[in-house]
Design a protein around this ligand. Structure first.
Ligand code: HEM
Length: 304
């Protein structure tokens, strides 16, 4: 059986794949800060949540591209991310950090690490796609993500991208009842992607300019939705999607008020940092994120 993978192993392999870039995040190195306002949608499934008890809460945000390279080409399809940290009146935070794919590459950190290992170049600097294919075939839990990647198109804008939390979370109601849910974030401007030829006509960097223009032209907002899980829906495996027909309720809407600047630079968008009543599931990928983000945070703050 596989040897247990540690957070340091994951941070190291991100650096091996994307290069060493002192001072930058070890994943999602390229990104843009934004700030906004959260207006909650109180509902019976999240009754009593402090998060939903106050209107107009301040939100720190960061939109990003996946990978450890801070100069990556924005015309390429692939991972886009969003970190949101909502500040409650009592000073506590609630974090939502998601990606644009609906299913994770692996059921646990070992499988994810094994998959990433197949992407490393050999001593001659050559990668071996056959190795990656063989791994995907032997590890069913990376297949749904690999298929998503194959058909993924270039996101037209961060404001036209949806983001998925992927993991399962719980809200503990005062009655003792637990709400089992997964969240996703839907853009008010709708999801839009660029075809290959449209993407080729764009400059290598366009995401900040496009977003800035959209914000000047009107409202850019995102609705945080919660899918309500059934007993049989996995709460530990982010490589398994829940059935599409699960009911969804809105948690609230974040309206962006400004973008750019450095306000998110010293923020750690660890998704396990949540407000009162919310708890993470035992999903080993979710649990692995806290130590990984902490290591990356410490490194980049000390210019490593
Ligand atoms: C074992 C799995 C994972 C590991 C080891 C990992 C690791 C990391 C690390 C080291 C960072 C940089 C943190 C910092 O310097 O502040 C990061 C950022 C990020 N990750 Fe993950 N991650 C994992 C899974 C995920 C998943 C499942 C998602 C989406 C649901 C995700 C979305 C993001 C996003 C959006 C950012 C950028 C946050 C920001 O802008 O500060 N990650 N990740």
């Amino acid at each position: 059986s596989d040897k247990e993978v540690q957070a340091t192993d994951l941070v190291d392999i991100f650096e091996k794949l994307g290069g060493k870039h002192p001072g930058f995040r070890k994943a999602h190195a390229k990104g843009m800060c934004a700030i906004g306002t959260f207006v909650p949608s109180p509902n019976e499934h999240f009754k009593g949540a402090a998060l939903l008890a106050n209107s107009d809460l301040p939100v720190a945000m960061r939109f990003s591209l996946g990978g450890a390279n801070p100069n990556s080409d924005e015309r390429a399809p692939g991972t886009r991310g969003l970190g949101m940290q909502i500040k409650l009146p009592n000073g506590s935070f609630h974090t939502f950090t998601g990606n644009n794919f609906p299913v994770f590459a692996g059921k646990d950190p070992e499988t994810f690490f094994g998959f990433l290992s197949t992407l490393l170049p050999d001593e001659n600097g050559k990668t071996d796609p056959a190795k990656t294919m063989a791994f995907i075939q032997a590890n069913p839990s990376v297949q749904a993500n690999a298929m998503w990647n194959q058909q993924a198109k270039t996101p037209a804008s961060f404001a036209n991208t949806g983001f998925f939390g992927l993991h399962t979370f719980y809200f503990n109601q005062a009655s003792g009842e637990k709400t089992k849910f997964r969240w996703d974030i839907q853009p008010s401007l709708g999801v839009k992607t660029l075809d290959k030829d449209e993407a080729a006509k764009m400059p290598e960097e366009f995401l900040v300019d496009t977003f800035t223009k959209q914000l000047e032209e009107g409202a850019v907002s995102f609705t945080i939705m919660a899918s309500l899980g059934e007993e049989q829906d996995s709460d530990i495996d982010p490589s398994q999607q829940w059935p599409a027909e699960r009911p969804q309720v809105a948690l609230g809407t974040v309206t962006v008020t400004a973008n750019g600047g450095d306000a998110c630079k010293n923020t750690n968008f660890d998704p396990n940092i949540m407000s009162a009543g919310f708890t993470p599931s035992a999903d080993p990928v979710l649990r692995m994120r806290s130590p990984s983000y902490a290591i990356s945070f410490g490194k980049r703050l000390s210019n490593q």
